[in-house]
Write a protein that binds this ligand. Structure first.
Ligand SMILES: Cc1cc2nc3c(=O)[nH]c(=O)nc-3n(C[C@H](O)[C@H](O)[C@H](O)COP(=O)(O)OP(=O)(O)OC[C@H]3O[C@@H](n4cnc5c(N)ncnc54)[C@H](O)[C@@H]3O)c2cc1C
Ligand code: FES
Length: 278
């Protein structure tokens, strides 16, 4: 099976959208699931969320931030190139049902995964508010697409260059004070999801967070992605990635995620050196 790149777009600084030919993967893909791909033979396996699918044409869309060795290599792929391999869909889909009023909170690269999630909640008959947060307006993408996937879209930027100035939690708090919210889902950087969980815990609103710990096999065999939820060990790749955010031991996951930082940094430096020599 070939996984050919059909289109490539730089959505904003350092974030890319790729359309990939993957008919067998998209056929059964659901909101909240992910794929694992490799960019080179013997390379590491990197998990990326299924950002969009065209089931008729067999096209998978991924959106990623080039943060380290493998994602920077992926950013160098051109239209017509083929990935070494790709598996999916993996993980348990987001628990879509009719809750009433749902808020999808997206930060950083979490914006792209929130598209299918928000759309699925809307199709299930929910009123869906989406809050998209970024440092500055140049990092906001898919605005029109997001608008269509929800009932109302809110944007926050740390510097106030677009939408509300501040963090996603500011708008979330306003919405909670304004009307009854039945369910919240947070997708993005771990500290942001933790802040959302802290806010909704106090307000007693059921909340899920889409967890992104280090993953290797993605099938529940290696234990790399383990985390503690409600005092029990869970594997994010098969039991999640979405979990009850009020039960997650965020500090443990944040610590585990940074254990390879030195190694990742060295490998990234080597990659940058190689790129400079080319
Ligand atoms: C279920 C899931 C869905 C994800 N979806 C997206 C997405 O849609 N878009 C996106 O930009 N990123 C996504 N990520 C994060 C992405 O997998 C990492 O950015 C990528 O693996 C980094 O690899 P690297 O070699 O480029 O960087 P590295 O320098 O190796 O790592 C940079 C940082 O990425 C994280 N990371 C590294 N390796 C892994 C790994 N195998 N699994 C998980 N995290 C890792 C670590 O926090 C690390 O500090 C997702 C992660 C998970 C677990
Ligand atoms: S990635 Fe290996 S058990 Fe989840």
């Amino acid at each position: 099976m070939s996984y050919k790149i059909l289109s490539k777009r730089e959505l904003c600084s350092n974030q890319y959208e790729l359309e990939i030919e993957a008919p067998y993967v998209v056929r059964n893909a659901k909101a909240g699931q992910f794929i694992i791909l490799r960019v080179e033979k013997d390379g590491e396996r990197i998990p990326l969320t299924i950002a969009d699918v065209d089931k008729e044409k067999g096209i998978l869309t991924i959106v990623f931030m080039a943060v380290g060795y493998s994602t920077k290599k992926l950013a160098q792929f051109k239209v017509g190139d083929e990935l070494v391999d790709l598996v999916g869909p993996l993980g348990t889909p987001t628990h879509i049902k009719k809750y009433g009023t749902v808020v999808c909170v997206a930060g950083g690269y979490g914006a792209a995964p929130c598209y299918l999630i928000s759309k699925a909640f809307k199709d299930a008959g929910n009123k869906v508010y989406m809050i998209m947060g970024a440092r500055t307006k140049d990092l906001i993408f898919w605005q029109d697409k997001m608008q269509n996937a929800c009932t109302e879209l809110y944007i926050t930027t740390n510097d106030g260059s677009l939408g509300e100035k501040g963090f996603v939690t500011g708008v979330l708090e306003q919405l909670i004070n304004q009307e009854e919210i039945d369910y919240v889902i947070a997708v993005g950087p771990m500290p942001m999801m933790k802040a959302v969980a802290d806010l909704t815990r106090d307000k007693n609103i059921y909340t899920e967070a889409s967890m992104n710990p280090i993953m290797v096999d993605g099938t529940g065999m290696c234990g790399a992605c383990r985390l503690t939820v409600g005092g029990k060990v869970k594997f994010a790749c098969v039991d999640g990635p979405d979990f009850d955010a009020h039960q997650i031991d965020f500090d443990e996951v944040i610590n585990r995620t940074s254990i390879y930082k030195d190694y990742e940094h060295k490998r990234d430096e080597n990659c940058n050196l190689l790129n400079r020599r080319v």
